[in-house]
Structures are given as C-alpha cells and as structure tokens.
Design a protein around this ligand. Structure first.
Ligand code: ADP
Length: 544
C-alpha cells in the first residue's frame, strides 16, 4: 500500500516565495563590489528575481540551459540563484580562483549559455572569452554608471536588463528532480568534476541544515556567509536563510579581517560561516585592533580541519562558540556538524576541546560508515580509522557527463577521507587519503600535527606533508608561517612544544619556515603544491 499524501514537487523557487510571504521585511544587506552598502528586503529580492527570470526568457534562455556566474556574495548573485533555477535553467556557480585553464574547461564542459559576472572578473573573462564556444553573452552585474569599458563581446548590463521587466511573473511548476544548479570540485588532481544538484536535493539539504541541533538558523538570526556562493553552494546558507526568515549580510569581495569585524559589529551579526583561513585573518585583526565581537554567538567553520587553538581563542577571548562542519561539494555540502552534547559540560575543558576538535555528528539524512581496505565496516570506538563512506538524498550519485556511477557497488560514496567515529557518532577526519603520511607501514595524520603546531603562540599557520625517507618510506615535514617575522620559533623549540601533544614517532623530521603557505581555490592548504615545492627535500637527520 502506498501513502496517499500530496506529491507536490520541492522547488527552489518556493524558498524565496515563502520568504516573500512570511518575512517580507527581513533584510538582505550587501557590501557591494563598489564598496557601498545596499540594503533591501526579501520582498524586494523576490520581485527582482522574477524580473531576472523574465529577462532570461527574453534572452531566449530555456529549461536546462546552463547559466554561469562568476560573482561574489551579493544581493545580485542571490537573485541569480532564484531567477535562474526558478525557470528550470541551471545555475552554475564558478570559482574565479581556479586556474584559467580550469575555468575554460568547466565553462565549456558545462556549456554555459550566458555568464553573469562581477566587474572584478571582467579582465579574467576577457583573457578567456575566445575559447568559450557556448557563451552567447556576458551580463555585467552592476548598473549603467559602473559599467566598465570592455573588449568582451555581447555585453549586457544587469540593472538595465532588470529595468526592462515588470516582475509580473509566476515561476513554473517543475519536476523536482530537474537540475537546479551545478558546482565543480576544485580538481586538485585531474580536471574538475561537475556535481549536479536537483531542486529536491537542494530543498532536502536546506531542511537538513536548518535543524536546531545543526545551524539553529531561524527568523532571529542574522547570518554573514563569508564562504563564497561559488564554494560548495555557500554551504547551503543561501537557501536555508529564506527558508527560515534569517537575515543575510553579504560581504561582497570584502573578506579581510577589518571588513569582517566591521560587518559583524555594524549589523549585529550573530552567526557566520567561513573556512579556517578567513578566521585566522579575523583573529589576527582583532588581536591587533583590540576590537570585540559582541553580537556574534557562533561561527560555522569547515572546508578544512579547525585548529584546536582557534576553537579556544574564539571561546575564551570572544565568547563565540565554534561549530566545526565537515562536508564536500559532492554532499551539497553538509555531512556533519559539531555541536556540544548536554553531557559534555560535565567534562574538563581540555576534554571538551578534544571533542570540539572533531568534525561532528552526521545530520539527519546523511548515513556514514568507516571501512577497511577489504570493505569491512570498522567499529565506532573513536580509534579504528578507515575510508569514510556516505549515503543520502543530497549526495552525488554520478558526476556531470560521466557514464560511470560515482558510487561503490553497494551504493555508498567514498569521500576520499580517512576517519574515526566514536561511540556518540562524532566523526574525526584523520586525513585526506592522499595526504596521510605513511611511515614504516603506519599512518601519521598530517591534520593532527598541523593542529598541534597551530597551538604554538608564534605560529600563524602550519602545514605538514610527507617527504620521502630512505628508511621509513615517508616522514613528516612541518612547514610554518610565523605570526611575527622577527620572532620565528626555532625548530627545536617547536619539536619540544609538540613532544607532549603527539606520539613520539610522529614528530616531524624537519621544520621549514616560509613567508606564506599556498592555498587552493577554496582556501585549503595546497598540499599538492607543497609536495611539489619540497619534492627534493632532504632531512638533516632522522629523529624517529
Ligand atoms: P574542494 O573543491 O576544495 O575539494 P570541497 O569542499 O568539496 O572542496 O572539499 C571537501 C573536502 O574538504 C573533504 O573531503 C575533506 O577532505 C575536506 N574537509 C571539509 N571540511 C573539513 C573539516 N572540517 N575538517 C577536515 N577536512 C575537511
């Protein structure tokens, strides 16, 4: 017997329609590319998203046409999310920090028909446009007064396009399985791969992440999503906020510590989200300026492991709770989130920090397991580590235009991460399987070493890579950026500092001090780049 309830489709357009009806006066605030403040409401955003849909139809855009964006987090980009997907076209958010050859690969691979671009990215597109065979036109996301002179062909002004439409338009009822958007993984090895989200998966993910035990977003929240809309869907926040009527503060391109602190304090932001490198910059700015973050209650941090020292600094110095999140582009992206459990408050502060440093418990909708090389499931004892596999309705099943399934034979997706899971279901990433250091047949977690090194008061950033070793196969090399160039910690002091924090045989065999650690297009430590830089590195002496 089947249930007899309505089978109405879940559609992205319903999110903005809901916000327009229920939270019409809630604000969306943007620090624009030009540097001024733009403030309007969900009602305004809904009307302009409809005008955009009308404009797209007038340009000949049809269902399933892919429309790319190269844009910062702004109100206009927000309108693209709804205006494009609303008519059944497919939003393709493009990460402008990718290498030019990756950019032309993904724009051609996705067959983008139009590109919506911020003025910042005009020069980037001018250099690429000759290779972009499917693009019919470039919509510059500004008004006439700010239109740049450009060699791009078929250029249109975003505000002029919208001004030609009246917004009297109803979004069609689509099949919920239709594609709503595409995001490419950053492709550190090989070409980037496209992940195609459906309207259904996007809505289920929004429900999943708005839970009280997950982001707790509600109509009281003022959210500052610093994580870009081109990085794994800004972690779903651009859908989740209208779903619950949370206000949005968009930072545009202004991501430095001073700007972020100003936005939080000016608009009384209570929750924000970004990768660890952004918070490193903010914390450094706060220490130097003496500014505080009175309104901020919590920060969602993910994309790479959150150093324990960061959790502690936010907590003790600024009274902000860190919620570490783990996920992937392939997972829409949220997989797990670390929120304290009631029983944790009875533990010592150090024990609580140990728990808070893990990547968290899966939210409802995501199943997780760890397996060994023979695919046998491993126990959830917080010790056994193995390949982390996931399953759920907002997780990829196949990459865009690839014949092969992205799943294992039994229907699980291999995340490429190695992890432990403890008895409470709290998962901890040991490493990406490519980054784990193989020493004498055992594994060393580069993440744990980095985390420990980041706790040193003179270290701004730390990276650990495996370097080949004649006896042990690989040994760890610690690479650090000092907080202050005139106060560089010496190798011995650093190793001494690490000695009681990690197993003795994990201690790095060498320490290198650099001015800057390279990052990927999504703000992670670029381990591939570091391994290339240090490929001929020779350790002075073997410690282990
Ligand atoms: P990219 O395009 O850079 O690969 P993703 O966001 O899809 O962007 O990357 C997903 C990977 O990032 C995960 O498989 C994991 O290795 C890493 N990651 C994400 N969040 C965390 C976290 N909190 N701790 C450790 N690693 C993380």
């Amino acid at each position: 017997m089947f249930g007899q309830m309505q089978d109405s489709p879940l559609l992205v357009s319903q999110l903005i329609e809901h916000a327009e009806r229920l939270y019409p006066t809630k604000r969306i605030i943007t620090k624009t590319v030009e540097g001024d403040w733009h403030i309007y409401t969900y009602a305004d955003a809904a009307k302009r998203s409809r005008q955009l849909s009308q404009a797209l139809i007038s340009l000949g855009v049809k269902q399933d046409d892919v429309i790319g964006t190269l844009a910062w987090n702004t109100f206009r980009h927000f309108e693209c999310w709804y205006g494009i997907s609303g008519i059944g076209a497919v939003l393709h958010t493009i990460n402008p920090r990718l290498f030019p050859e990756q950019l032309d690969y993904i724009i051609n691979h996705a067959e983008d028909k139009y590109l919506f671009i911020d003025t910042t990215f005009v020069p980037l597109l001018e250099a690429l446009q000759a290779k972009l065979s499917h693009v019919k036109g470039y919509v510059i996301m500004c008004d006439e007064a700010n239109m740049p002179t450009t060699q791009l062909p078929n250029v249109l002004c975003y505000e002029t396009l919208l001004s030609q439409q009246d917004g009297d338009f109803a979004w069609p009822e689509l099949d919920e399985r239709q594609a709503s958007s595409i995001c490419y993984t950053s492709g550190t090895t090989g070409n980037p791969k496209g992940v195609v989200y459906s309207h259904r998966s996007s809505l289920l993910h929004s429900w999943g992440i708005t839970g009280k035990d997950i982001t707790s977003l509600d109509s009281q929240s003022i959210m500052l999503p610093i994580v870009p809309m081109f990085h794994a869907n800004a972690w779903g926040l651009v859908y989740a906020c209208p779903m619950v009527g949370a206000e949005l503060v968009f930072p545009g391109p202004h991501l430095d510590g001073a700007s972020v602190s100003d936005m939080i304090n000016r608009f009384k932001v209570d929750i924000s989200a970004a990768v660890p490198t952004v918070w490193t910059m903010l914390l450094q700015h706060l220490r130097q300026s003496g500014e505080t973050l009175e309104s901020l209650n919590s920060v969602l941090i993910g994309g790479s492991a959150v150093p324990r020292s960061m959790i502690q600094a936010f907590d003790q110095d600024y009274n902000v709770e860190v919620w570490q999140a783990w996920g992937m582009t392939e997972m829409s992206p949220l997989g797990s989130l670390n929120r304290p459990l009631p029983q944790d408050s009875k533990l010592s502060y150090e024990e609580q920090l140990n728990i808070r440093s893990k990547q968290g418990r899966p939210c409802f909708g995501v199943q997780m397991k760890i397996v060994d090389d023979e695919n046998h499931e491993l126990p959830h004892d917080g010790k056994a580590f193995g390949r982390l596999l996931v399953k759920g309705p907002w997780i990829v099943s196949q990459y865009f235009k690839m014949e092969k399934s992205a799943l294992e034979d039994d229907g699980w997706f291999d995340t490429g991460d190695v992890a432990t899971i403890d008895a409470t279901g709290n998962m901890q990433i040991t490493d990406r399987s490519k980054d784990v250091i193989k020493s004498g047949g055992e594994w060393i977690s580069s993440i744990d070493l980095e985390n420990a090194a980041m706790g040193h008061p003179d270290v701004l950033e730390a990276a650990v890579i495996g370097v080949s070793h004649p006896k042990w196969e690989e040994r760890p090399l610690l690479i650090i950026v000092p907080k202050n160039k005139n106060k560089v910690p010496d190798s011995e002091a650093l190793l001494h500092f690490l000695a009681d924090k990690v197993a003795k045989w994990w201690l790095p065999n060498g320490v290198e001090v650099v001015d800057e650690i390279p990052h990927t297009a999504t703000g992670k430590i670029n381990k591939v780049g570091l391994r290339e830089t240090f490929k001929d590195y020779q350790f002075e002496e073997a410690i282990a």
